[in-house]
Design a protein around this ligand. Structure first.
Ligand SMILES: Cc1cc2nc3c(=O)[nH]c(=O)nc-3n(C[C@H](O)[C@H](O)[C@H](O)COP(=O)(O)OP(=O)(O)OC[C@H]3O[C@@H](n4cnc5c(N)ncnc54)[C@H](O)[C@@H]3O)c2cc1C
Length: 294
């Protein structure tokens, strides 16, 4: 710990929010995978670390009576990856969770830590946006809920205000029983994505019922366009529409050059990954329509 830095392990969420609200330099500690790495690199020097480890049930994953799944902020990536209660489009969450880093990171990191860190190359921001998830937030001023698409604001920045924490992520039910595919292109096995695509595709009688495609690693936050998605509904899935859709998304991208790839390379990858993700999701839909097990 740095000089003067304190460490606490409160047992209630109210206590966490109260501590955070009084000190803008305090940080809550979840798995520590990103926070401690940033401290070690000298990028952050919090005055207080407030561990979430002792808050009861904050790591629970619960199937709710309405068919939604509530994932506590402290749920580890491995537990989310192994959760068998996701149905239809909800499965994009476990598909992304099992692609995060490598086993040690999946044992350590939490969904709350990942989304609050808000790295646009991370896997959960893209997946929870594609799942139409809702983030439950608690602060000293009260509780609020924010749609995943509004939660991410900028590079490493979310809508969270000082004194607020993410408590859970709720994944809505998917009556269309969509298929999902999470396509992640990495420079090296276990790395963050150069570009990732989360696709949820539901088809019935040869026409599209559910269409959500979100791209990560190409802008300051996940890229999604509900208006361009709406074009697909009620029509067969056509290659020419996918090409036009990718071009429309490209206009919303703002990629950077970094060690995982240049901005140009990311934009070249994106349409290929979108097409591949949709083709794989479509193949799964055909299998489930014909009654076979995938
Ligand atoms: C070697 C390595 C490889 C990795 N590879 C990948 C990868 O391929 N894909 C990927 O997506 N991620 C990857 N990660 C990141 C990993 O998933 C982290 O676990 C995650 O980003 C942070 O989760 P954490 O629980 O460790 O959070 P912490 O590091 O404890 O916290 C991260 C930030 O979020 C804040 N925070 C934590 N919980 C809350 C909360 N509930 N409310 C408000 N703020 C909160 C903290 O104060 C801190 O600012 C990798 C990390 C490492 C070290």
């Amino acid at each position: 710990m740095g000089p003067g830095m304190t460490f606490s392990e409160p047992e209630t969420l109210d206590e966490v929010c109260s501590l955070l609200s009084k000190d803008p330099e305090a940080r809550c500690l979840a798995g520590g995978a990103s926070l401690v790495a940033m401290m070690n690199a000298g990028l952050l020097a919090p005055t207080q670390l407030i561990s979430l480890r002792k808050i009861p049930d904050l790591g629970a994953i619960t199937s709710m009576p309405d068919g939604s799944v509530k994932i506590g902020a402290m749920a580890r990536h491995n537990d989310v990856a192994a959760f068998s209660g996701f149905l239809g489009a909800q499965r994009i969450i476990s598909a992304a969770a099992c692609r995060i880093g490598h086993p040690a990171i999946r044992n350590m990191g939490t969904i709350g830590g990942s989304i609050c860190h808000a790295d646009p190359s991370a896997d959960y921001p893209t997946a929870i946006t594609a799942a139409d998830a809702v983030v439950s937030i608690l602060g000293s001023e009260g509780a609020r809920q924010v749609a995943a698409r509004d939660f991410f604001v900028d590079w490493l920045e979310t809508t969270l205000e000082q004194g607020e924490i993410a408590v859970s992520v709720t994944i809505p039910p998917d009556p269309s029983n969509a298929s999902v595919h999470y396509e992640k292109f990495t420079r090296a096995d276990g790395d963050f994505a150069t570009v990732s695509v989360a696709a949820c595709l539901g088809m019935s009688d040869g026409v599209v019922q559910t269409f959500r495609v979100v791209v990560g690693g190409v802008a300051e936050k996940p890229v999604r366009s509900p208006e361009d998605e709406a074009v697909f509904i009620g029509r067969p899935l056509k290659d020419s529409d996918i090409v036009e859709f990718s071009a429309a998304l490209e206009a919303l991208c703002n990629p950077i050059d970094d060690m995982r790839g240049s901005a140009d390379y990311r934009l070249k990858l994106m349409p290929r990954l979108i097409s591949r993700a949709l083709k794989r999701a479509q193949a799964d839909q055909l299998v489930s329509d014909s009654g076979e097990t995938a």
